[in-house]
Design a protein around this ligand. Structure first.
Ligand SMILES: [Zn+2]
Length: 155
């Protein structure tokens, strides 16, 4: 009897055009709640270096995910498809960090063809000094969910 090959995590998703914004990540098949879908890959950058990296043109800061107070992962540098996952205020995925490595997990059952999203508030480091109005103006959200708070930053 031939053993069934293990399902690789990349078989769960594909990158496509999103109604939310630009490119998005979509389920190729039903993804059960609790599934570890993909690592959020990228170079590990000390937060203190991020600003100078942006100024020196090494990164645009768009795909930076916070790991802890000192460390970030920059999906723009050696990242994978996870960086294309859009924000939603009513997401179907969430980020868990194990041993300083972030992973995208399904927080609900995800239907085939559904777009994967997570709430970027987990990674906002710039938003703390802004008013609600400024957050909405500078970092608007287009997730179209009923729970939309108007910005991709935390409340
Ligand atoms: Zn929203």
């Amino acid at each position: 009897m031939q053993e069934k090959p293990k399902v690789q995590n990349r078989d769960f998703i594909r990158v496509g055009k999103s109604k939310i914004q630009g490119s998005g990540v979509f389920a190729k098949r039903k993804i059960p709640k609790g599934t570890r879908i993909i690592e959020y890959a990228g170079d590990r950058i000390p937060k203190k270096d991020l600003l100078s990296d942006v100024e020196n043109g090494l990164t645009s800061h768009i795909y930076v995910l916070s790991i802890n107070d000192e460390l970030s992962v920059d999906g723009e540098r050696n990242g994978n498809d996870a960086r294309f996952i859009n924000h939603s205020c009513e997401p179907n995925c969430e980020v868990y960090i194990f041993d300083e490595i972030p992973y995208i997990y399904a927080m609900v059952d995800i239907r085939r063809f559904e777009e994967l999203t997570f709430d970027y508030k987990l990674q906002s480091s710039i938003g703390t000094k802004l008013t609600k109005k400024e957050k909405i103006a500078l970092f608007p959200c287009n997730c179209q969910s009923k729970q939309c708070r108007g910005t991709i930053l935390a409340k």
